[in-house]
Design a protein around this ligand. Structure first.
Ligand code: FMN
Length: 323
């Protein structure tokens, strides 16, 4: 093979990704808010897929301000899934992706199992251009009062939601289940999602967290009080949970159900850590707020690494498990 260029190509079920880098839901907008994609053609070539922010059946205003507080090595957010609802999403925002040469994954959230089903049906039936290539089920939002994370900590609910969504959409659409780290054993909801028919898993969503403003003596996030921690502080938790699922779940180990590793990635080294722990692809969120060139920089770093080490990226998946 000598100097042959090595590949960053990976597969998430039937999705072909030319790079393992994906946006993490909620951090790069969708439709009119697709800031990442407005950065031009270079970013499209660095990304493997685009994940939208969470869409719900009805419009949601989100939680009142203040909704983001900075912490050491991270942020705590309580956005509360602000979005304009699925109808407007399909009519006004989805068409923005028509000519974007990337698999588009729509992140969905709901208050009840039935609502998840309706939302999935709506997306399936109204996406006339077949723009949607994947649906990521968010059973892990810590910042909403109904549903959200309470689903993700209950394996039976996870299984029911995944089954319901799968039933309502074409089999060409890949279903990814996004798991919450706010559990004792991540493999339980992971196995439940697989049992329900999930084609892939993504982990982790944010960790429940809180900050107090000592000048007022009140919680910094005044309305919701608690929020979800993201950013570099959570990376070791994400890496551990990916490792755990790859280690303990045969479908993950065989990559029949690939894992998308998310949480605290800021450098190409972080990406490799996730890949070696068992992730097939990765999502990057908070770091993009800080550095809008992040996807290109990380892409170049990984490319240099695989070329130098004469290995395709996919050969490194789960390397940390080798004896
Ligand atoms: C401001 C903000 C909004 C988010 N919105 C969503 C969302 O709508 N749906 C979802 O599944 N995850 C959402 N997340 C979680 C991220 O997708 C990601 O799982 C988490 O932030 C960890 O990755 P990071 O450390 O790279 O940000 C959000 C995170 C942040 C910081």
């Amino acid at each position: 093979m000598g100097k042959a260029m090595k590949s960053l190509h990976v597969e998430i079920s039937s999705l072909q990704l030319k790079s393992p880098l994906m946006t993490a839901s909620g951090t790069s907008g969708h439709g009119n808010g697709t800031e990442v994609l407005r950065k031009g053609p270079r970013i499209i070539s660095s990304l493997g897929a685009f994940v939208t922010k969470g869409v719900t059946l009805e419009p949601r205003e989100g939680n009142p301000e203040l909704r983001i507080v900075e912490t050491r090595s991270g942020i705590i957010n309580s956005i509360g899934l602000q979005n304009s609802g699925v109808e407007i999403f399909v009519k006004e925002e989805l068409p923005d992706f028509l000519n974007v040469d990337l698999p588009i994954v729509v992140n969905i959230a709901a208050n009840t199992v039935e609502e998840f089903g309706k939302l999935a049906s709506y997306l399936n039936d109204n996406d006339l251009g077949q723009i949607i290539k994947g649906i990521e089920i968010n059973v892990s939002c810590p910042n909403i009062k109904k549903g959200g994370m309470s689903f993700g900590v209950d394996p039976r609910q996870v299984e029911r939601i995944v089954k319901t969504v799968k039933k309502r959409i074409d089999s060409r659409i890949v279903v990814i289940t996004k798991l919450t780290p706010n559990v004792t054993d991540i493999t339980l909801p992971a196995r439940a999602a697989i049992e329900g028919g999930s084609d892939a898993l993504s982990m982790i969503n944010t960790l429940r967290a809180m900050a107090i403003d000592i000048s007022t003596g009140r919680p910094s996030l005044l309305d919701n009080k608690t929020g979800g921690l993201s950013g570099p502080a959570i990376k070791p938790v994400g890496v551990f949970m990916v490792y755990e699922c790859f280690d303990k779940i045969p479908e993950c180990n065989s990559r029949k159900v690939p894992i998308i590793g998310i949480g605290g990635i800021t450098t190409w080294r972080d990406v490799l850590e996730y890949i070696m722990a068992g992730a097939t692809a990765v999502g990057i969120g908070t770091a993009w707020f800080v550095n809008q060139d992040i996807f290109n920089g990380i892409y170049d770093g990984i490319k240099r690494y695989v070329d130098k080490n004469k290995k395709d990226l996919s050969d490194l998946i789960g390397k940390a498990h080798e004896e």
